[in-house]
Write a protein that binds this ligand. Structure first.
Ligand SMILES: NC(=O)c1ccc[n+]([C@@H]2O[C@H](COP(=O)([O-])OP(=O)(O)OC[C@H]3O[C@@H](n4cnc5c(N)ncnc54)[C@H](OP(=O)(O)O)[C@@H]3O)[C@@H](O)[C@H]2O)c1
Length: 293
C-alpha cells in the first residue's frame, strides 16, 4: 500500500467527520483540483489521495450523498474539499459546473476528466440527443476543458489528465451517434478514443502556456461499479489505477499530448494521429456542444 493510502486508511478510522474543521475554500498556497466522477471508483480514490496530500479537491458526480461522504472523509483528514453536482447527460449541467468553478475559484491547477459510463442494454440518448457514452465520456471532457481553459492557463503550471481506456475503436464520422450497428462496447471504445484524440488537440492548443494534457488507460478491469455491476470479474484494484492517475498529475517531465498505459507511454489507435479525423472531431464537438473552437 502506498504511504498516503496507509495514512488515509488510518485517518479515516481515527477521526470522525464531527472532529474535522469544515474547510471548503482553498488556502492561498493550496493546489485546486477538480476530479470529475469522484463519488465512487477510481475518481473517489484519486480525490481521497489528493485530499490527504493537501490539495483542495472539488468532488464531482451526480449522487450528492456519496459526494458528501467523500468530502467528509477528506475534511476528517484535515483536508479541504467541496462537492459539486452535475449530470453530464445534460450539456447545460456541464457548462453550469464550469461556470460555478469560474465564479468561485481564482485558480485551477489540475483537471481530471474521469467521469465515465459503460452501460449494458440498448442505445440511450442524452438529454441533448447525443449517444449517451459519447456525451458523458467524451463531450464532457471536451466542453469542460474548453470552458476552463483560461483558468487553467492563468494557473500554469497546470495539468489536464483524461482518463481514457485501452478499449479504443475508430470513429465512423458518418455515424458517430451509432444509429446503426450499436453495441455498448463500440460506444464505449469510440468515446475513449475520442478522449485520446482531443488530448492531442488540446495539448497543441495549450502549447507554450505551461498547461499540459495527457491521457491514460488506468488499469484493466478494476474493482469498481463500472465493472462489478456488469457481473464481470475484476482483474485489477482501484489502487493500481489511482496510482497511474496520480503519476500523470505529479510526475515531472511527462511532456504533453501523450497516452499512457498505466505509467508507461503507449501508442493509441492510429486514428489519434489522423489530422483529418482530429479536425473533423473538433468541428463536430464545437457544433454539438455549442462551445469551443
Ligand atoms: N474500471 C475499469 O477497469 C476502467 C478501465 C479503464 C478505464 N476506466 C475509466 O475510469 C473512469 C472511472 O471509472 P470507474 O471504473 O471508477 O467507474 P465508476 O465506479 O462507475 O465511477 C464512475 C463515476 O462517474 C460518475 N458518473 C457516471 N455517470 C455520470 C453522469 N451522467 N454525470 C456525471 N457523472 C457521472 C459517477 O458518479 P455518480 O454516480 O455520482 O453520477 C462516478 O463517480 C471512467 O472514465 C472509465 O471509463 C475504467
Amino acid at each position: 500500500m502506498r504511504p498516503f493510502l496507509a495514512i488515509l486508511a488510518a485517518s479515516l478510522f481515527a477521526v470522525t467527520p464531527h472532529d474535522a474543521v469544515a474547510q471548503d475554500t482553498p488556502d492561498g498556497d493550496q493546489r485546486v483540483v477538480l476530479v470529475t466522477g469522484s463519488t465512487s471508483g477510481l475518481g473517489r480514490e484519486v480525490a481521497l489521495a489528493l485530499g490527504a496530500a493537501g490539495d483542495h479537491v472539488i468532488v464531482h458526480g451526480r449522487n450528492e450523498e456519496r459526494g458528501r461522504v467523500v468530502v467528509d472523509s477528506i475534511r476528517a483528514m484535515g483536508g479541504s474539499a467541496r462537492f459539486m453536482r452535475a449530470d453530464f447527460a445534460r450539456l447545460d449541467d456541464i457548462a453550469g459546473l464550469a461556470e460555478q468553478i469560474l465564479a468561485d475559484y481564482p485558480r485551477l491547477d489540475v483537471l481530471v476528466n474521469n467521469a465515465g459510463i459503460w452501460l449494458e442494454g440498448p442505445r440511450q440518448l442524452s438529454e441533448d440527443g447525443h449517444e449517451l457514452h459519447f456525451q458523458v465520456n467524451y463531450l464532457a471532457t471536451y466542453l469542460l476543458t474548453e470552458s476552463l481553459a483560461d483558468l487553467l492557463r492563468a494557473s500554469a503550471p497546470a495539468r489536464v489528465v483524461n482518463v481514457a481506456s485501452i478499449a479504443q475503436r475508430p470513429l465512423d464520422f458518418d455515424d458517430v451517434m451509432l444509429e446503426s450497428g450499436y453495441s455498448d462496447g463500440r460506444a464505449y471504445a469510440q468515446s475513449k478514443l475520442a478522449q485520446i484524440m482531443i488530448t492531442r488537440v488540446h495539448a497543441e492548443a495549450f502549447e507554450g502556456s505551461g498547461v499540459t494534457v495527457n491521457a491514460l488507460h488506468p488499469a484493466t478491469m478494476m474493482d469498481t461499479n463500472m465493472v462489478l455491476s456488469r457481473g464481470a470479474q475484476a482483474r485489477a484494484s482501484v489502487d493500481e489505477g489511482a496510482e497511474a492517475v496520480l503519476h500523470l498529475i505529479d510526475a515531472p517531465d511527462l511532456g504533453t499530448g501523450g497516452y499512457f498505459n498505466g505509467m508507461q507511454p503507449a501508442q493509441p489507435n492510429a486514428q489519434a494521429f489522423d489530422a483529418e479525423a482530429l479536425a473533423r472531431l473538433v468541428e463536430l464537438s464545437a457544433e454539438w456542444t455549442g462551445g469551443g473552437a
